[in-house]
Write a protein that binds this ligand. Structure first.
Ligand code: PMP
Length: 335
């Protein structure tokens, strides 16, 4: 079973407690909704993204607006970059976000999977030069590597695609790959999906060298003409809410993770960001997830993330619902 057929199964069974989706339950900011209501006409825009938005992003990263490309979700930025680097193996640490697999399959990108372990707190081990795709805070484990490890990877790499969409849900200040390497060897991919609770508006961006950004822009032009115009304007005009959001999301989800894990009796590395926890169940995660489904709770099996005997629980329900779910998980046998 793959992610999409599992998802269909969950949709069909409609369990009362959905802890599978990776979508924050904190509603979008009112300022943004107001801008969206005002922007009734949405024409095509420039393929690199609206200047108004690129300027705000560039100022946030202290780069030039030409070093920013707006994309249709972080996903399109990831697709553009993996496509650009498809001629040599791309190193990817497991557990990983399954979206990379889908992109790699479509574009024939060879992936060189490097396993990390729960015993080692999911810390990635640098593995020589080459292209890497890294994702911290990590979906599904929630971890952020030590600064030494992160630095060593970026220093050894020829190029790093750094998926930083969870920088908005970081319990301590999360490092960026750009702290350790310049734009000539790093592309940061980010998204407004999690930051502003607008996954359906499909808005993300890439920060990198002009050369890499030119290739991302070409990819966007070829596949979607431009990123969506109305949402770009609305986000540009409510950009000031982002810092407040980071504080709010980080507080809500760090409190939930702490409370949920203090109740859960499965071994689990404490997350340092995201709204996920990735406990070990000690048997097939798929069988465990199916057993939970029959008890009214949906989670994602670890198989989809490259770690068989785990489940990913999304903490996107109120705390009382999560604590009841922890009881159910605790009392669900493995076999
Ligand atoms: N990267 C990671 C690690 C994610 O978890 C997700 C969404 N779940 C994405 C990228 C895709 O984000 P977007 O909605 O901006 O395409």
């Amino acid at each position: 079973m793959d992610v999409y057929s599992y998802f269909e199964l969950v949709e069909r069974l409609a369990p009362p407690v959905r802890l599978d989706v990776g979508q924050p339950d904190v509603p979008p900011p009112e300022e943004l909704l107001e801008e969206l209501r005002r922007l009734l006409r949405f024409p095509y825009g420039p393929s690199q993204g609206l200047e108004e938005l690129r300027e705000r992003i560039a100022a946030m990263w202290k780069v030039d607006p030409y070093e920013v490309a707006v994309t249709v979700g972080a996903k399109q930025g990831l697709a553009a970059l993996l496509h650009a680097f498809r001629h040599a193996p791309v190193k990817l640490y497991s557990p990983y976000y399954p979206g990379y697999m889908g992109i790699a399959r479509v574009f024939g990108v060879p992936l060189d999977i490097r396993v990390t372990s729960m015993e080692d707190m999911w810390e990635p081990v640098p593995s020589g030069p080459g292209t890497y795709i890294v994702n911290y805070p990590n979906n599904p484990t929630g971890i952020v590597p030590s600064r030494e490890r992160f630095r060593a990877i970026v220093e050894e790499a020829r190029f790093v695609i750094s998926d930083e969409v969870y920088r908005w849900v970081a319990f301590e200040e999360a490092p960026s790959a750009l702290d350790y390497g310049g734009l000539e060897k790093v592309a940061v991919v980010d998204s407004f999906s999690k930051a502003l609770s607008i996954p359906g508006l499909r808005l993300g961006y890439v920060v990198s060298s002009r050369d890499v950004i030119r290739r991302v822009r070409e990819f966007v032009a070829a596949t979607s003409t431009s990123p969506p115009t109305g949402p770009q304007l609305a986000v540009a005009r409510s950009f000031d809410v982002l810092e407040r959001r980071r504080a709010e999301l980080s507080r809500v989800y760090s409190e939930r993770a702490a409370a949920f894990l203090s109740k859960l009796r499965l071994p689990c590395v404490r997350p340092m960001g995201t709204f996920y926890v990735f406990p070990r169940v000690g048997c097939s995660g798929l069988a465990f997830a199916e057993r939970l489904l029959s008890r009214g709770i949906s989670v994602f099996p670890g198989t989809f993330f490259g770690a068989e005997d785990h489940i990913r629980v999304s903490l996107v329900q109120p705390l009382d619902v999560l604590l009841k779910a922890a009881d159910v998980i605790n009392s669900t046998p493995c076999a």
